[in-house]
Design a protein around this ligand. Structure first.
Ligand code: CUA
Length: 334
């Protein structure tokens, strides 16, 4: 199970299988650059090996040594000009790709049904504030798993992310969908992409942001527009009320959980930790680190550091009964 998950992850993060035009332009540039440096490598190594072979020492014959050249203007000019031209060419094509990737969202097309989401990077999870879709404003907040729509008949729906940080620098990188863009405290950056291929896209925070940087995973679920609409409607609902878990809810609200987490429709309204209103609609917990199973949720509530050492949520030392009640309550938050 874990290996299968790891294999899927390896397959899903290759920059060489782009699933958006933006990622496609970036991989084109990467291939061009690799080809140029590959040719340079072959030429340099070729000349080196030729020289080693051609002028190898031969005991019976010392006349095979090459004539020494002391100062040559044409050679100096050639090996200064050639690399300069190559670097200049790479700067030009890189600038063009940067411009292409950044300019693409600026020009809205006829019939676009864009999705706007504000992403806030936190140590060590992602907050998603759904702002608007197809001109309609949306107001819910979720965490760690971004859902995006795909239009009918292979049409793309542009996704525009507004990137901000709640603490330190992070970097948003889903290799198959686009390039890396940093989330910088006090600044707003933009990232846009679109895809016509449904599926799960994985990514990773790409800027060192503290102890759990490597476990700040990204999950993007691209789904057909109808499914996406259903997901939107479901996420906009307040949390499910279930009398059977009233004790767990009371325990949750009576403890420090409420200072950081939000559960819409209750008094819990913190925004320092993931919104739990629809926790059970997410496949993973701890920013994509482990599957959202009963066992993992129990471990997390008991002591999150067993899963994510250094995480800002402490082990609260609740009684076993309280922990179990809280887990039962959380499990109803569909
Ligand atoms: Cu967030 Cu690295």
């Amino acid at each position: 199970m874990l290996m299968a998950a790891a294999d899927a992850r390896m397959a899903d993060v290759s920059i060489f299988s782009p699933a958006s035009p933006q990622a496609g332009w970036i991989v084109d540039l990467a291939i061009l650059t690799l080809a140029i440096i590959g040719i340079i490598f072959l030429v340099v190594e070729g000349v080196l090996f030729y020289s080693v072979w051609r002028f190898r020492r031969n005991k019976s014959d010392v006349s095979g040594e090459p004539a020494q050249v002391y100062g040559s203007e044409p050679i100096e000019i050639a090996w200064t000009a050639a690399p300069t031209m190559i670097v200049f060419f790479l700067v030009l094509v890189t600038t063009r790709t940067l411009w292409q990737v950044e300019a693409s969202p600026v020009k809205p097309r006829e019939g676009d049904q864009p999705l706007f989401v504000t992403v806030i990077g936190h140590q060590w999870w992602w907050e998603y504030r759904y702002d608007s879709y197809d001109g309609r404003s949306i107001g819910f907040i979720t965490a760690n798993e971004l859902h995006i729509p795909i239009g009918d008949n292979q049409t793309a729906r542009p996704v525009h992310l507004t990137l901000q940080s709640g603490d330190v620098c992070h970097s948003y990188w889903v290799p198959r969908l686009g390039g890396k863009v940093d989330l910088i405290p006090g600044r707003t950056n933009l990232l846009s992409f679109e895809t016509t291929e449904p599926g799960l896209y994985l990514g990773q925070c790409a800027e060192y942001c503290g102890a759990q940087h490597a476990n700040m995973m990204l999950r993007v679920v691209a789904e057909p527009a109808a499914e996406f609409e259903a997901w939107l409607a479901q996420q906009a609902q307040p949390a499910v009320e279930d009398a059977a878990v009233a004790e767990g809810k009371a325990a949750f609200l009576a403890n420090s959980c409420v200072n950081c987490h939000r559960i819409s429709g209750t008094l819990a309204d913190g925004n320092a930790a993931p919104d739990l209103t629809h926790l059970m609609s997410r496949e993973t917990i701890a920013a994509g680190q482990v599957p959202n199973t009963l066992k993992n949720l129990r471990t997390w509530v008991h002591d999150p550091h067993e899963i994510k050492p250094g995480v800002l949520m402490p082990a609260f030392g609740l009684s076993e009964q309280e922990e179990e009640q809280i887990v039962e309550y959380l499990r109803t938050l569909k």
